[in-house]
Design a protein around this ligand. Structure first.
Ligand code: FAD
Length: 381
């Protein structure tokens, strides 16, 4: 492992660019292995997509690789939970994947078979059991899949927590913007040059500005948070149609996705839009989100909204993150492109990055997430 020397004469093994949940998790895991790590963040810790996201920790099976990554990450999250401060608001709410008709119940049963075979605790609820599990849901509904190990967390606090030890044993620089990475030399916006053994590019949607050779798009999302309504909702509830929404690579989409916060507030999601890179709230999208939520849970109409905001997901063409060496610069490891799952998959990303840097094997195959697959796809397009 090469050492880096900063302008201040400090030496670090790895410099992580970006202090969102992904950069924070990578820095935490690397520090825990005894490496000296510096983190460079242009804004504040956990202030990017990490502050904008919903914080649902969820097993997802869009592809076998996605399921493997989310499952490993949920295991790693569980290992961290006892250490997390109460302000991280972790709760094992479970997820209810709601089916409206028999066709969607067939999907519930398919998911049940797959998740069970992977050792993920879950159960099929019929319409009656679902009504008991969440009394505010409209009736009748066909049923749901309840995934018991899924949870909810407040991500910016987790990012701050993960960086505490890094700041003590390495260095955390906020308000420091990286303008370029050449080989193993980082140049900051003020002209400071830093050389290092390895760089982890965890700059979220901005990662493409610092490392060339891959394509990523910004996918805008809106969220609404309500006043406090303790007892209104117990699980994270998501329509199975959410999967169609998340899979769509072209159209704007809205899906029913509700989360109970530890404060008693309800977080109402979710929307997905390409082509709109402005942060402004789109009233038409918000109206559609509320209509969709009321269609599943009519009582949402009585809730008062306190705040509405937008954020951007970093989306790759094949909907898997980029974890590993940049094909154009082996000194840079990418840790980005997590789209709507970066809170969940931050921990597994950190595990894979740490294993790669230490020359160890990993608990899951790393190939599906390697950035080199993008070049392969481009060459064979
Ligand atoms: C509406 C919405 C809902 C979501 N819901 C969920 C959910 O329920 N569950 C889930 O798992 N995921 C969810 N996500 C996705 C999740 O929020 C992201 O995947 C995750 O936060 C990405 O983390 P990150 O660390 O890669 O990026 P970010 O949090 O964006 O962090 C990147 C950091 O890099 C810094 N940076 C950028 N450029 C530079 C530079 N040049 N120099 C220095 N620093 C730089 C930025 O300031 C930022 O702090 C959601 C996202 C959105 C938008």
């Amino acid at each position: 492992m090469g050492h880096l020397v900063t302008g201040q004469g400090s030496t670090y093994d790895v410099v992580v660019v970006g202090a969102g949940i992904v950069g924070a998790a990578c820095a935490h895991f690397l520090t825990r292995e005894g490496l000296r790590v510096a983190v460079l963040e242009k804004g504040i810790v956990g202030g990017g997509a990490t502050a904008a996201g919903m914080g649902h920790l969820v097993a997802m099976d869009d592809s076998p690789a996605q399921l493997a990554l989310t499952k490993l990450s949920l295991q790693l999250w569980r290992g961290l939970l006892e250490e997390l401060p109460a302000s991280a608001e972790y709760r094992e709410t479970g997820t209810l994947w709601i089916a409206t008709d028999e066709e969607e119940m067939a999907e519930v049963r398919r998911k049940y078979g797959l998740y069970s075979s992977m050792g993920l605790a879950c159960e099929v609820l019929d319409g009656e059991a679902l009504a008991k599990a969440e009394s505010e849901l409209r009736r009748p509904l066909a049923g749901a899949l309840r995934v018991l190990g899924d949870g909810v967390v407040y991500p910016p606090v987790v990012a701050q927590f993960l960086l505490r030890e890094v700041a003590e044993r390495g260095a955390l620089f906020t308000g420091r913007s990286v303008s370029s990475i050449e080989g193993n030399v980082i140049t900051l916006g003020d002209g400071t040059r830093i050389s290092t053994g390895y760089v982890v590019n965890a700059a979220g949607c901005s990662a493409v500005d610092l490392t060339s050779g891959f394509v990523m798009r910004k996918r805008k999302g809106h969220l609404i948070i309500t006043d406090r309504y303790p007892g209104f909702l117990r699980h994270q509830v998501v329509e199975l149609g959410y999967l169609k929404s998340a899979h769509s690579v072209t159209a704007d989409s809205v899906a029913f996705n509700l989360q109970p916060r530890a404060t008693g507030q309800i977080l109402i999601g979710s929307s997905r839009q390409y082509e709109d890179e402005g942060a402004a709230v789109d009233d038409d999208i918000v109206r559609k989100m509320v209509e969709r939520a009321c269609a599943y849970m009519p009582g949402v109409a009585r809730l008062s909204a306190l705040r509405i905001w937008t954020g951007f997901r970093a989306a790759t063409p094949d909907k898997l993150p980029l974890i590993g060496p940049s094909p154009g610069n082996p000194k840079v490891l990418l840790a980005t492109g997590h789209e709507g799952l970066g809170i969940t998959t931050s921990m597994a990303t950190a595990q894979l990055i740490t294993d790669m840097l230490l020359g160890r094997s990993s608990p899951i195959a790393r190939e599906p997430y390697l950035p080199s697959r993008m070049n392969y796809e481009a060459a064979h397009a």
